[in-house]
Design a protein around this ligand. Structure first.
Ligand code: HEM
Ligand code: NAG
Ligand code: NAG
Ligand code: NAG
Ligand code: NAG
Length: 373
């Protein structure tokens, strides 16, 4: 009889069907991530439905810097305790925001690689949780830190949170939000809710200019690597694409206040009329960035002067999308994830593959960022 080979990859392939048996690493049981199907009901409808009422989070529920994840959790579109999975986020975001699967998967992937447990398929939408163990053998430190951890994804010049160096990077900051409301009052269009209430492109540009200028001046460690440069325009772009009222296509001050300050769906709100695709959000992202040529990938130097970063290496310097992909994986994903086996490797490959296919790069890159950060 042949002796048993102790390879940790325990996957039997039976024709096209793969039967996962068991993959235990460091006492944890791995769970294979699988892209759920696209939803078939793709039109607008009122959200939330009666099965998803707002319930304020309890003291042990995780909440963090993403107003959309907090909203999904406050309504039970993902687990109300703030500990969720790859599949649960995709299903919840398809249902509540009419996200196309490819866009929401691309938003989840860098976060899961950065601060989730990719082996057991669990992530905290806030900070450290007893329900999300460290990666097997502590290959990225003794705890899995959650999406609020500053550095790999969470960063400076946010819409509604402080820079980590200045203050609280996790919870809503009224002072910052009031500065955005002033830009809205000045630049937004008139609409059914009154004068200066319908957010347009110029309003978003002025808000991001204001966020950048204020944090660059206040934060001696202000840092905008290219992955973050891309993200500060992606956040408002995604907000326009999915927070806008699906029946009017308008993003109003009232809607923004509801999602970002109160982390709940607005009254009488309708999700988008058609699935929101990466290209839709990408086009708005590019328009906001084009309105702000004074902002570029860079960081504050020792004298508090904002200086440009060196460009991404060849062949990753061809576009912002490709350079951001390179930066996120080479610098914002723990290098220990390049050396994995079994279900852990399969999940890492799924997530890095999702990022590569959205990147417009000609070459892929392996995780190479610092660990234990
Ligand atoms: C469900 C659809 C989503 C939408 C509409 C959305 C939207 C947003 C917006 C508008 C912000 C900006 C907040 C600010 O700058 O103050 C933000 C921040 C953030 N989101 Fe999401 N997001 C979504 C999904 C996700 C997912 C799936 C994750 C991770 C699992 C995530 C992680 C984050 C993080 C870490 C931040 C903080 C970034 C920062 O430092 O500003 N988001 N998101
Ligand atoms: C809120 O933002 C203001 C302006 O940047 C800052 O001075 C203050 O410290 C922040 N508050 C918290 C709790 O982070
Ligand atoms: C969305 O549009 C509908 C139809 O015009 C309107 O009745 C509803 O009040 C709007 N909702 C919000 C939150 O603006
Ligand atoms: C990328 O960098 C190389 C080497 O510095 C340079 O020759 C090339 O023009 C750059 N490509 C772009 C699109 O900037
Ligand atoms: C890969 O991981 C194994 C097991 O954890 C370890 O023994 C080995 O040194 C690692 N190799 C590299 C190149 O990090």
């Amino acid at each position: 009889m042949k002796s048993f080979t102790p390879i940790p990859l325990l996957l039997l392939t039976l024709g096209s069907a793969a039967l996962t048996v068991r993959d235990v690493q460091d006492g944890q049981m791995g769970t294979l991530m699988v892209l759920p199907p696209r939803q078939t009901d793709t039109g607008t409808k009122p959200i939330p439905d009666p099965a998803h009422p707002y319930i304020a989070p309890g003291p042990n529920d995780q909440r963090g810097p993403c107003p959309a994840m907090n909203t999904l959790a406050n309504h039970g579109y993902v687990s109300r305790n703030g500990i969720t999975t790859f599949e649960e986020i995709i299903i919840g975001a398809q249902e509540a925001f009419n996200f196309d699967q490819s866009l929401i998967a691309a938003m989840i992937a860098p976060n899961f690689l950065a601060h989730g447990n990719v082996f057991v398929n669990k992530i905290s939408i806030g900070g450290v949780s007893e329900f999300v163990p460290p990666l097997p053998y502590n290959i990225d430190g003794p705890a899995t830190l959650g999406i609020a951890k500053h550095g790999r994804v969470e960063g400076d010049a946010s819409l509604s949170r402080s820079d980590a160096f200045i203050g609280d990077n996790r919870n809503f900051n009224q002072t910052i939000w009031n500065m955005n409301l002033e830009e809205i009052a000045q630049f937004a269009d008139d609409g059914p809710d009154g004068p200066g209430t319908v957010v347009n492109l110029q309003t978003l540009i002025e808000i991001k200019r204001q966020n950048f200028e204020s944090d660059q001046a206040l934060n001696p460690q202000f840092d905008l690597p290219i992955r973050r440069y891309n993200a500060i325009f992606a956040a408002p772009a995604v907000a326009v694409a999915v927070f806008s009222n699906g029946t009017t296509n308008q993003l109003t001050k009232n809607i923004l206040n509801s999602f970002i300050e109160h982390q709940t769906f607005p009254k009488n709100w309708f999700r988008a009329a058609a699935p929101v695709l990466p290209a839709t959000a990408g086009a708005i992202n590019a328009q906001i960035a084009a309105g702000l040529p004074q902002i570029f990938p860079g960081h504050n130097d020792a004298n508090g002067v904002f200086v440009a970063d060196p460009p991404a290496p060849v062949p990753f310097n061809t576009s912002v999308a490709c350079a951001s992909y390179w930066d996120q994986i080479a610098n914002g994903t723990p290098g220990s994830l390049a050396n994995t086996t079994g279900i852990l490797k399969q999940n890492v490959d799924l997530l890095t593959g999702i990022m590569f296919s959205g990147s417009k790069c000609t070459e892929s890159v392996a995780p190479a960022g610092p660990t234990y950060v």
